[in-house]
Design a protein around this ligand. Structure first.
Ligand code: ADP
Ligand code: MG
Length: 364
């Protein structure tokens, strides 16, 4: 955009605005260039003309957390210029950005002559930004604390939950064998289905708290992995009236088989839950290119709710379940990411959902 039409200029009388346009220095920043660092002296106000600038605060171990983004027609850096304090966050050009810089002396001089109503307008913009950034920072902080807590506490509790679940599961399998009548079979299947779900949830939380950074990769044949998956879940699928169709080719991939099984478990488990007891069809397809092994997971269920489609892979995002952890897809993604692979999905309301996973055949 043109500097003269930037909203910041509308706060001033035409003459002043023209003067500011004249003394402003235009500067282009390549992608990922630092505009200023946290703690640096604040000597300029920046107007965004093109592109975006991301603000992040340093958290521990030299990691940065994004707290806000400025887009074309926004301005930033005014706080330090006004109160003389160092920069409170780091600013980085995200994508190629063009900024106009106005030095602090010129800005303060211009503000001294600006109309009261214009200054008020500018302050309301600044306050809106501050409020937004603070809210976002606080909610990110709370979210992070929540995850740390989950990691520390739940993993110990869940460990103890697992053995009674396994006991119930075994007992119902015994009952099923001892009493072949239809009614007992049905009730036992129901018990198994529910226990399987609870075990699944326990596994998800444990997996999440462990993190997926430790991979034990070795060459695996996906045909065997998928057959193993089918065998492990046969009872579960039967009880849930789910038709599992495998279309697999011999594809060798260097991967952590247990983690890949976990990905399948989480995604197919979601499909089964989405059928809501009515049953349905799940297709697992494996294909390959020279470089990639590709796994496709299709279900003809109700589709992923629109409300969560943008943030599906984020932790704690769950929808329409009383007992969802919201971790299943987040774990699946973190495992695929740890393999340097990719996971995407397509979903159509009342038609079904397809997850596409690709993994490099040779570990990177
Ligand atoms: N195959 C699917 N069909 C329909 N909805 C799905 C499917 N997979 C995921 N979802 C939706 O995405 C949400 C998040 O899934 P997930 O991350 O596994 O957490 P959880 O299953 O614990 O809720 C689910 O609650 C569900 O609403
Ligand atoms: Mg799930």
């Amino acid at each position: 955009m043109d500097l003269a039409s930037h909203q910041f200029m509308s706060y001033f009388e035409p003459e002043q605005a023209a003067h500011l346009c004249q003394i402003a220095v235009l500067e282009s920043f390549a992608e990922e260039t630092v505009v200023f660092e946290e703690g640096q002296a604040a000597d300029f106000l920046y107007l965004v003309l093109e592109g975006e600038v991301e603000f992040s605060k340093r958290i521990d171990n030299n990691k940065y957390q994004t707290v806000a983004v400025a887009k074309a027609d926004d301005f930033f850096g005014e706080l330090g210029v006004l109160d003389g304090e160092p920069r409170s966050a780091r600013a980085v050009a995200a994508g190629g950005s063009t900024l106009a810089k106005i030095c602090s002396e010129e800005l303060i001089a211009a503000l001294q002559f600006a109309k009261g109503s214009s200054v008020l307008q500018m302050f309301s913009f600044i306050i809106k930004n501050l409020r937004y950034t603070t809210d976002r920072y606080v909610s990110q902080f709370v979210h992070k604390q929540k995850m740390v807590l989950v990691g520390e506490m739940v993993s110990t509790i869940i460990h103890d939950f697992k053995s009674p679940f396994t006991g119930i599961k075994l007992a119902s399998e015994m009952l099923k064998e001892l009493h072949p009548d239809e009614e007992t079979q049905e009730w036992c299947e129901l018990i198994q289905l529910q226990v399987q779900r609870m075990l699944g949830m326990a596994e998800e939380v444990l997996e999440f708290s462990r993190g997926s950074s430790m991979l034990v990769k070795k060459p695996i044949n996906l045909i065997q992995t998928l057959r193993k998956f089918e065998k492990l879940n046969r009872v579960y699928f039967d009880a849930a009236k789910v038709d599992l169709v495998l279309q697999v080719a011999e594809v060798i991939v260097e991967a952590d088989e247990n983690k890949i099984l976990r990905v399948l478990q989480n995604l197919v488990g979601n499909a089964v839950e989405a059928f809501g007891g009515r049953g349905g069809r799940v297709e697992l397809t494996v294909t390959q290119t020279e470089e990639w092994a590709k796994i496709k997971i299709y279900d003809n269920g109700p589709g992923i709710p629109q409300a969560i489609q943008d943030k599906l892979f984020e932790p704690f995002v769950t929808y329409g379940k009383r007992t969802g952890t919201g971790l299943g897809t987040a774990i699946a993604k973190s495992i695929v990411d740890a393999h340097k692979g990719e996971i995407t999905y397509e979903s159509e309301d009342q038609k079904g959902t397809t997850f596409y996973i690709r993994l490099p055949k040779i570990a990177r």
